[in-house]
Design a protein. Structure first.
Length: 317
C-alpha cells in the first residue's frame, strides 16, 4: 500500500480560535435606576430621581378641601388629611380660592399646600376680611379690610383615613402660625398680640361601608375671629381649648354633603359666636373640586345674624 503523505501543517481544532477571542463583558443592568437629577413627564405625574411628583392616587375627596386658613380639611374645620392627591413616596400640591358673603362682611382667602408622601403637609394662605359699611360704623374707615397670613404644618402620626383598622382614624398633630397685618389696629381694639400659633390635634375616618366621614379636632388657640382681630387680650385672656367637628355623607365617589361646627373664644367680649355650616362638595374632575355651603357665623364684632354663602374652588395634584 502506498504511503499517504502527511499534511504540511497539523489540523487546528475548530473551537481553539474561538476560545482565544476576547469577549466584551455584558454590562449589568440595574433593576432600579440610580438617583440622579433627570426629570421625566408622563400621565402619572413628574418623575425626578426617585420622587414621583403630582402622581394622584388617593380616592377622590379623601384629601379634603381647603379650609379658610389654608390647610386640608373641611371649609371651617381642620382635618387629619394631608393635602394633595399623592400616595406614599410622592409629592402633591393643592391650591384654593375661597369667598364668603355675609350681610355685613366679606371674606376672601387663597393659598397653597404641599403634601410630602401621605405624611407631612405644609401650607400658606392669605385672608382678607372686608368690613364694608361696618368699618365706618366702628370708626376704622369705610370698607376697611383686615388681612392675615397663616403658615401651617401638619404631621400624620397614626392610622389612615380609608385603610387599616376600621376603628383607628387617621390622627395628625399640627400648628398654624398666624400673623395679623393690622398690628396697631388690633391692639387698639384690645388684643394683646398681632401674631400667635394655634396647636391642633385631629382625627379623621371615612367608613367606606357606610359612606360616612367623621372628623374631630381639638385646637389650642387664643385667636380673636381666627386671628383677624389679633390674639388674646391686654386684660389677660389667652389660650383656651376649642372643638371642631365635621360629619359628611358620600353620595358618590365624586360628591359629598355634610355639616361642620367650630367653637371660638370670645376674648374681646364682643359676643362672637361659634361657626356652623352645611356643605356640598363635588369633584368635577380628578383634580378640580368645588364646594358650596350655607354658613352661620353668628355675631361678628357685635353685628349679629351673619349668615350667608360659602364658595371655594380647589385644584389638587
Amino acid at each position: 500500500m502506498p504511503a499517504v503523505p502527511l499534511p504540511a501543517e497539523p489540523p487546528q481544532i475548530a473551537y481553539a480560535p474561538v476560545l482565544d477571542v476576547e469577549v466584551e463583558p455584558t454590562p449589568i443592568r440595574r433593576a432600579v435606576p440610580p438617583v440622579h437629577t433627570t426629570m421625566a413627564f408622563d400621565e402619572d405625574g413628574v418623575q425626578t430621581g426617585r420622587a414621583r411628583l403630582f402622581k394622584g392616587g388617593k380616592l377622590l375627596l379623601t384629601n379634603g378641601i381647603s379650609t379658610v386658613e389654608g390647610s386640608s380639611g373641611g371649609g371651617i374645620a381642620r382635618w387629619a388629611t394631608i393635602a394633595g392627591r399623592q400616595m406614599p413616596g410622592g409629592i402633591g400640591l393643592s391650591a384654593h380660592a375661597t369667598a364668603v358673603e355675609l350681610p355685613d362682611f366679606g371674606w376672601r382667602s387663597y393659598g397653597v399646600a404641599v403634601g410630602f408622601g401621605d405624611r407631612l403637609e405644609l401650607s400658606v394662605s392669605r385672608a382678607d376680611f372686608d368690613t364694608r359699611d361696618v368699618g365706618a360704623a366702628l370708626g376704622i374707615g369705610q370698607g376697611y379690610t383686615f388681612n392675615m397670613d397663616t403658615f401651617g404644618a401638619k404631621l400624620r402620626v397614626a392610622g389612615d383615613v380609608v385603610y387599616g383598622d376600621p376603628w383607628l382614624p387617621q390622627i395628625a398633630v399640627g400648628i398654624e402660625h398666624k400673623r395679623s397685618r393690622d398690628g396697631a389696629l388690633v391692639r387698639a381694639l384690645g388684643a394683646a398680640d398681632d401674631e400667635s400659633t394655634d396647636i391642633t390635634l385631629s382625627a379623621t375616618k371615612l367608613v367606606l361601608a357606610r359612606s360616612l366621614l367623621v372628623n374631630a379636632t381639638l385646637r389650642y388657640t387664643e385667636a380673636n375671629e381666627l386671628g383677624l382681630l389679633g390674639f388674646g387680650t391686654a386684660a389677660g385672656a389667652g389660650y383656651a381649648l376649642q372643638f371642631e367637628g365635621s360629619l359628611g355623607y358620600q353620595l358618590s365617589r365624586r360628591a359629598v354633603v355634610g355639616a361642620e361646627y367650630r367653637s371660638k373664644p370670645d376674648n374681646l367680649g364682643l359676643g362672637d359666636d361659634d361657626w356652623m355650616d352645611i356643605f356640598a362638595a363635588y369633584a368635577l374632575t380628578d383634580h378640580l373640586t368645588f364646594t358650596a355651603a350655607y354658613v352661620d357665623l353668628g355675631s361678628i364684632a357685635t353685628f349679629s345674624d351673619q349668615r350667608g354663602g360659602f364658595l371655594s374652588a380647589q385644584v389638587a395634584f
